[in-house]
Design a protein around this ligand. Sequence first.
Ligand SMILES: CC(=O)SCCNC(=O)CCNC(=O)[C@H](O)C(C)(C)COP(=O)(O)OP(=O)(O)OC[C@H]1O[C@@H](n2cnc3c(N)ncnc32)[C@H](O)[C@@H]1OP(=O)(O)O
Ligand SMILES: O=C(O)CCC(=O)C(=O)O
Ligand SMILES: [Zn+2]
Length: 436
Amino acid sequence: MSDFQEVTESTPKVQVNPYGPNPSDFLSNVQNFQLIESTLREGEQFANAFFTTEKKIEIAKALDDFGVDYIELTSPVASEQSKKDCEAICKLGLKAKILTHIRCHMDDARVAVETGVDGVDVVIGTSKFLRQYSHGKDMNYISKAAIEVIEFVKSKGLEIRFSSEDSFRSDLVDLLNIYKTVDKIGVNRIGIADTVGCANPRQVYELVRTLKSVVSCDIECHFHNDTGCAIANAYTALEGGARLIDVSVLGIGERNGITPLGGLMARMIVAAPDYVKSKYKLHKLRDLETLVAEAVEVNIPFNNPITGFCAFTHKAGIHAKAILANPSTYEILNPSDFGMTRYIHFANRLTGWNAIKSRVDQLNLHLTDAQCKEVTAKIKKLGDIRPLNIDDVDSIIKDYHAEVSTPVIKSKKKSSDDVDEIDISKPAAKKSKLSE
Ligand SMILES: CC(=O)SCCNC(=O)CCNC(=O)[C@H](O)C(C)(C)COP(=O)(O)OP(=O)(O)OC[C@H]1O[C@@H](n2cnc3c(N)ncnc32)[C@H](O)[C@@H]1OP(=O)(O)O
Ligand SMILES: O=C(O)CCC(=O)C(=O)O
Ligand SMILES: [Zn+2]
């Protein structure tokens, strides 16, 4: 069932997605974006990351299977093993194109083109901070070095992308000049990098729009998440006409990382459902995240989009009632699109009689609505005293059911109000599957 409004009446049938891009926005690539997956480059810069060759290969295969367009690998000049790993991944024959990421220097470029990659991502800082304190080169030098490296990589028949590091703290005139130069000599893509995570969505949109009017090649964007804007920035970049977004699994990267693959999928499936569902194996996301989380020894955050343990768990009674009637009331994402399950957490004092009635039905018991309301009141009373688990609720329901359906034994049975007699010896379940 589509959640999107179908326009009928006198107009031709058109599917309207109210969460998608503005149809009048011709530059938008929201319905036509590509992913540069950088878990094995930016992700390796995450403080906890150490990938063995075997783990890199396993991750590369999983990313390929998920359907990413490009896999970006650590520079082969980083270490001997980095170079060997790059060569090994190039030999896997994956569908995704393999890139490596180098400084804007011929020494790096010469090594990169021999690894077997499909393309090379070149980067050099253009902000005054990086020009002064990182590489110490002026824009004139950068321009000359860029031309030399780009022409060399192109001469080897490989894809080439030129990126300005720290783009959002760079002078706009400098950016326009360097991007125009590299576009003219035929780069496949230019890259914009929010290296310190300072950009906001409006700035991103404006910069991408401006660049769109001066270059003819594709635009790739890379967003760090220091100020929490990495997903929003990626989305507005696509709206502004960028074509490619750098992501990593769980967003791992330098400091607190970059746009996460899963979070971006959540954003994009809302805007471009058909495109996203047809292109990416979304049900593999959880395994992919688990693979990387284990490799870098972190947990998947509880509030992670899509795969966080409570991402599809509804609790408050008002929500539960509506969700049971129609999940779209309180869900913009459908868990089944990701092979995930919807839960209703009814064992708490915020529950309502509709959720409890649903539990009664699941237990194959019969209570009238009035009885469901009465038993709900008992559950809430206990929920005021302490956290509940499913067994608590089931005991209350079953006791109450026995009480109302066999009045003769009623006086002999323990009261369901008698909280001390409820078996709470089992560990509390975090969640209970109530409906899908
Ligand atoms: C924002 C980003 O994430 S960019 C990607 C970051 N990736 C990496 O750094 C990959 C891993 N890095 C490494 O293994 C090492 O830093 C290497 C092999 C690249 C270089 O190591 P070293 O030669 O020991 O230099 P070191 O790391 O101390 O300093 C970086 C050097 O690169 C130069 N440099 C920095 N950025 C660039 C650039 N984009 N283009 C050209 N040169 C650059 C610096 O000037 C410095 O050169 P120096 O030797 O004259 O001081
Ligand atoms: O190459 C790029 O575009 C981005 C490099 C990078 O990781 C960054 O600037 O944060
Ligand atoms: Zn980065």
